[in-house]
Design a protein around this ligand. Structure first.
Ligand SMILES: *[C@@H]1O[C@H](CO)[C@@H](O)[C@H](O)[C@H]1NC(C)=O
Ligand SMILES: *[C@@H]1O[C@H](CO)[C@@H](O)[C@H](O)[C@H]1NC(C)=O
Ligand SMILES: *[C@@H]1O[C@H](CO)[C@@H](O)[C@H](O)[C@H]1NC(C)=O
Ligand SMILES: *[C@@H]1O[C@H](CO)[C@@H](O)[C@H](O)[C@H]1NC(C)=O
Ligand SMILES: *[C@@H]1O[C@H](CO)[C@@H](O)[C@H](O)[C@H]1NC(C)=O
Ligand SMILES: *[C@@H]1O[C@H](CO)[C@@H](O)[C@H](O)[C@H]1NC(C)=O
Ligand SMILES: *[C@@H]1O[C@H](CO)[C@@H](O)[C@H](O)[C@H]1NC(C)=O
Length: 880
């Protein structure tokens, strides 16, 4: 292997040449290693960063792990032990440094590290960075480094056995998930042992970089900067995590030139790894431009330079980005309501959080490329999302994820990685968790995108509502463990490391009220407090009365199947039916496939084609229609509830549906399929997350239209409501309300009329023959999208015909477009170009015009011929 020596202080190459004694030197050990299993029967080259599954696949030892039933076939991989080995040489110059560290940014998970036959350390936590001093072990010529990884399944089970005093449930995942047991005993991605949307692939490997770092005086391990606003003055808390060989006196210069702000301070770095904090006061005569969430303003950044001098010698020099914004979580009494408010104020402005929940983008993190991340985050902001919750059963995401969220204005609700389980609290477990928490907070706290930390996913609820049948006599012990882990340790550490943002102990939680009740509330789902998760698959999702009028909806959702083009590469002909073994195997949520059909059947005729393949693809389609319509109904309910208190409930200030993305090709709650293709739900989000949105619903036979506005200026809007016959493309009648005030950041009623009266005044319309559309307008024209309200279930609609839509694909200067012609009303019109990757400008729409043009943004080279060949158009009337 060719040594690649790189000066850490890149900007200082010239200085380094002259004063190399002050610079740290980094030698990457990434690249090709060799990998073998415990008895040596499998031996192959393996890429670092990487994991065993990826290496086996890349070398042809296994097929695509996602193909058909391979998650079960390849179970043996995680039951074996694996050793990564590399051989490298180091220069005498590197070895001449006073300190040489062997650094692992991520080891997955339980391993011992050997250098030249000597054990240098052990690891037990994939969320930690590890470094080991190795100066005296390095030698001339070949050095042999090996990392011996224990089966994570075996490790978890051994830890469970060692914890004999009492059980820490759940012991195993539900059978339908076909997963492994005791994942709560290993500090590793919790969903890697299976989840209700994902396969069991307990990964093993070196999932982040490995390198040597050598230095003589000191090394800057990390710099973080946290802007704080108080008494109308900005300061930036700058923290330098420094590893010094010996006590070093230094002069530190902090500056943000764009803000005419500079500070010079004397300091002393003590030997070893220390945290050194400094404050930069921002010049009060400078105008600080603030960072805003997507839809509320721009995301301007500034450059912070930190230099350290020892005498006249530059001993450290780093530049980082700083964004200024403040965040508060407001929990205060609400007029007319018991309980407390729960909303985020960004830069003093209450902001409604619109978005979704993020899960790992792949079972094998080494395959989450920048392009995959970018496409998902771009897909989120392009539909008007301003927030994502990084869910606690996955991983703390890579740096790039947060940098892009900063740049795109995506607010991140960051969970700590504990989910749907109770956890042990013995000393070594707590020690490794404490180190994990400190490291992750230090790594992430400079990102303005992160607006709150949250201790865990659903573990308060698991205790409160007794998911695990804890005997009453033992409850106190489990509560103690809960408070020990999340409150006395994680919360205390976070508050020590980061005073700039709120900390929530769990999600869902009653927040301040949970604290009053000893951190586990009697009912963490109480809509009068905090955030809520709500799922119901059997209740009619078109009926808004079934949804809790919560302060903040951080999880809710419905499953659907991905499209055929996504399933096809991982399945074969015999799999392509809704009742196949494959379809059951990919469904990890008990009764999930049945629930989707039952929910769909409430309003739609189910596909009944005699052609089995068409029936299968039509069924995939109808599950997406169901999901899109359900999440639309629920999201619109939350958005229109932002200003109201009804029966003591309301003032909803967040709607984060479950879930944005997928980890593999299977049915799930996601709005984006594995591979990046948008489901119908994601196209619907373009409308239901629009800044200005008309929401229509019925209450006691009266139609209400609310105008929801996330814009700052006050508006004056009217509703324009039209009735269409299912059998005619021209409206039967149109009604307009008066212009009414809609204050900035509010939801207001702009239209109200009994449906019976509306229909009586509208020709021959009945609930069965007509549907309603509506939009908002001001004196300047239409504001926001056109929405619709079905007066009956489409399955009962009279007059809906097969629309016989024809399409022409064209290529123009702006890309590809598809012109559609329809002879009649068509609902849920779905365009699909198979496996040509890309996205349409809109899809899944109600077509009430003879012509409509949709553009297609292709993510690779394609042609009019290819698109025309693959284009299929499905609408509701085409599936039965
Ligand atoms: C993996 O290592 C452990 C601990 O050394 C051992 O008990 C176990 O048998 C090994 N597994 C295999 C498949 O060799
Ligand atoms: C890893 O290194 C240790 C110590 O040199 C050795 O005992 C072990 O056999 C090595 N494992 C492999 C697979 O090379
Ligand atoms: C603040 O900025 C002004 C110029 O905008 C400069 O004259 C002044 O010295 C700065 N004050 C400090 C404390 O840096
Ligand atoms: C489905 O799985 C069952 C149980 O594994 C098996 O007996 C059956 O043959 C499979 N059916 C098909 C069509 O593959
Ligand atoms: C669509 O085509 C079918 C079959 O050719 C025909 O019966 C139907 O009337 C057509 N629909 C419309 C709206 O023209
Ligand atoms: C619809 O499109 C067709 C063919 O592109 C065109 O001839 C027709 O004029 C269009 N009709 C309207 C109302 O735009
Ligand atoms: C499918 O259902 C529709 C409506 O219920 C019915 O008219 C049609 O005959 C059915 N087709 C088949 C093949 O069963």
């Amino acid at each position: 292997m060719r040594p690649s020596v790189r000066a850490a202080c890149v900007l200082l190459r010239l200085f380094c040449a002259r004063f190399s004694v002050f610079c740290s030197v980094t030698r990457s050990l990434d690249g090709k290693w060799s990998l073998s299993n415990s008895d040596g029967s499998v031996s192959l080259p393996a890429e670092v960063p990487g994991c065993v599954h990826s290496a086996l696949q890349q070398q042809g030892y296994i097929q695509d792990p996602y193909f058909r039933f391979n998650d079960v076939s390849y179970r043996w991989i995680a039951l074996d032990n694996w050793t990564y080995t590399t051989t490298f040489s180091v220069s005498g110059q590197l070895r001449a440094n006073h300190k040489v560290l062997l650094v692992f940014d991520g080891v997955d998970t339980a391993a011992s590290v050997w250098l030249n036959g000597i054990i240098v350390g052990k690891t037990d936590n994939m969320f930690r960075r590890y470094d080991f001093p190795v100066r005296d072990l390095l030698k001339d010529g070949d050095n042999v480094l090996n990392v011996s990884l224990l089966s994570p399944v075996l490790y978890a089970s051994e830890r469970r056995t060692a914890h004999s005093a009492y059980r820490v449930p759940p012991e195993c995942p539900p059978h339908v998930q076909q997963g492994e047991c005791h994942v709560n005993f290993i500090r590793k991605q919790q969903s890697s042992f299976s989840w209700d949307w994902g396969p069991s692939f307990p990964t093993v490997g070196l999932w982040k970089g490995v390198r040597l770092e050598a230095f003589d005086v000191l090394q800057l391990v990390r710099v973080s900067s946290v802007p704080l606003h108080s008494l109308s003055q900005w300061t930036v808390q700058v923290e330098l995590l420094v590893d010094a060989v010996q006590t070093t006196n230094a002069q530190i210069a902090l500056s943000i030139p764009e803000l005419d702000s500079e500070q010079i301070l004397q300091t002393q770095f003590l030997p070893g790894k220390t945290k050194n904090s400094f404050t930069l006061n921002i010049n009060t005569s400078s105008q600080v431009k603030l960072w805003w969430p997507n839809g509320h303003g721009d995301q301007p950044s500034y450059h912070l330079t930190v230099r350290g001098f020892q005498g006249r010698d530059l001993i450290l020099n780093t530049e980082s980005k700083v964004y200024f914004r403040s965040v508060e979580l407001v929990q205060e009494p609400v007029v007319g309501s018991p309980g407390l408010s729960f909303y985020f104020r960004i830069n003093g402005k209450p902001v409604f959080l619109k978005g979704s929940n993020w899960i790992p983008a792949h079972s094998f993190q080494d395959q989450v490329t920048p392009a995959v991340l970018r496409n998902l985050l771009q897909s989120a902001v392009d539909v008007g999302m301003n927030a994502l919750r990084v869910w606690g059963g996955g991983v703390y995401e890579q740096d790039l994820f947060y940098s892009w969220c900063d740049e795109m204005g995506i607010m991140v609700w960051q969970d700590f990685m504990f989910a749907c389980a109770l956890y042990p609290t013995e000393d070594d477990f707590m020690q490794t968790v404490r180190e994990e928490v400190v490291q992750q907070v230090q790594r992430l706290k400079s990102h303005p995108s992160i607006i709150t930390w949250s201790g865990n996913n659903e573990n308060e609820a698991a205790l409160a509502t007794d998911w695990f049948n804890i005997p009453a006599a033992q409850r106190a012990a489990y509560l103690r463990d809960y408070v020990t882990l999340y409150v006395n340790n994680i919360r205390a550490l976070v508050q020590e490391e980061d005073q700039s943002r709120p900390f929530l102990v769990s999600s869902p939680t009653n927040g301040a009220e949970s604290e009053q009740e000893g951190w586990v509330a009697a009912d963490p789902y109480d809509p009068h407090y905090g955030d809520t998760h709500f799922y119901s698959y059997s209740l009619d999702c078109w009926d808004w009365r079934t949804f809790p009028r919560t302060r903040f909806a951080s999880e809710y959702g419905f499953q659907s199947w991905p499209s055929f083009s996504t399933l096809q590469p991982v399945s074969t002909l015999e799999d392509w039916s809704y009742n196949s073994n494959f379809s059951s195997h990919r469904q990890h949520h008990e009764d999930g496939n049945q629930q989707m059909l039952l929910q769909a059947a409430l309003h739609f005729k189910l596909p009944n084609s005699t052609d089995p393949l068409k029936r299968f693809t039509d069924t995939l389609y109808i599950t997406q229609v169901m999901q899109a319509q359900c999440v639309k109904a629920q999201t619109e309910f939350y958005r229109r509830s932002r200003s109201e208190i009804i029966e003591g409930r309301g003032r909803t200030m967040g709607a984060l549906y479950w879930q944005l993305n997928d980890v593999w090709q299977a049915p799930s709650w996601s709005s984006i399929e594995f591979g990046g293709k948008w489901k119908m739900l994601h196209y619907f989000a373009q409308n239901f997350f629009a800044a200005v949105l008309p929401v229509g619903f019925e209450d006691g036979g009266t139609l209400f239209v609310y105008a929801v506005s996330d814009l700052s200026p006050d508006l004056e809007l009217r509703a324009v409501v039209s009735a269409y016959s299912w059998s005619d493309l021209d409206p039967v009648c149109t009604l307009k309300s008066d212009l009414l005030p809609v204050p900035g950041g509010s939801a207001a009623i702009v239209f109200k009329q009994p449906v019976a009266a509306l229909l009586a005044g509208c020709g021959s319309c009945t609930r069965l023959t007509c549907l309603l559309t509506f939009h908002l307008e001001d004196s300047g024209g239409q504001q926001g999208p056109t929405n619709h309200h079905f007066l009956s279930s489409p399955k009962d609609a009279q007059g809906l015909q097969r629309p016989n839509i024809t399409a022409t694909v064209q290529e123009g200067p702006a890309g590809y477009s598809i012109s559609l012609r329809s002879a009649s009303v068509a609902a849920f019109v779905w365009l699909d170009v198979g496996n040509v990757p890309g996205r349409f400008s809109s899809n899944g729409f109600l077509m009430l015009s003879r012509n409509r043009t949709v553009s297609f943004d292709a993510w690779r080279e394609t042609s009019v011929e290819e698109l025309s060949r693959w284009l299929s158009i499905t609408s509701l009337r085409d599936v039965y």
